[in-house]
Design a protein around this ligand. Sequence first.
Ligand code: GLN
Length: 271
Amino acid sequence: MRIDEALRAARDALAASPTARLDAELLLSRVLGRDRSYFYAWPEKPLNGDQQRLFDLLVKRRAAGEPVAHLTGEREFYGRRFVVTAATLIPRPDTETLVEAALETLPDGPARVVDLGTGTGAVGISLALERRDWRVTLTDASAAALAVARDNAEALGAAVTLVRGDWLKALAGPFDLIVSNPPYVDPDDHHLEQGDVRFEPRSALAAHDRGLADLRVIAAQARERLTDGGWLMLEHGHDQGGVVRRLLAEHGFQDVTTRGDLGGNDRVTLG
Ligand code: GLN
């Protein structure tokens, strides 16, 4: 098939996905090793037999529900490509809110920063690359996730420290900034049975106590690991803004505010 024909066939096969066209282009981009712009320049180019077979296979797996990021092995976040495996959460555009909050809130100059539950490393590595004078530590309880974060840091040229551990337990601090996108979905939420999340680690998504268990632990541990004037910034669910603001206030945080994500939902609370 020609590129344009292959894309059209894939879009039809993926009609159940709300992002069928993008999915098809990302998968073909992976198969051909070309940017998506190539398809518009060369729509009549034919795929060879190997390429066609691989593309058909990836489209079939996508149609069966596997996330595009698992099939291509990567996902873009804050303008950079991150390696993704089944050991980590797939970085979401909403989480760029966390990166923006940090870049806009902290003063210029050096800072000691930790990203808790880093997964692919998307948040901490983005910060380390945007602010070369920040000293960034990435932590995760999962050794497999930490290996992915290490690969990403090396590939993107970020000088970060990696520490395996549970939230702040293994770390002395003090930090000027603690950021985290912890699990915060209610384990009973139907959302966990639908779409890409079915293929992501449950431990990166769901937390007891209606999704609040890990947010509570982090809020409780953070105060004594922060410098005077240091910041805690937490991603959370769209309906958890009020609870997390109260949680931070209870632990003595000041200037507590919540920021919205791209869809206008409460997403990040800082104090
Ligand atoms: N926002 C993600 C989702 O709803 C959850 C991410 C997380 O739990 N940290 O799929």
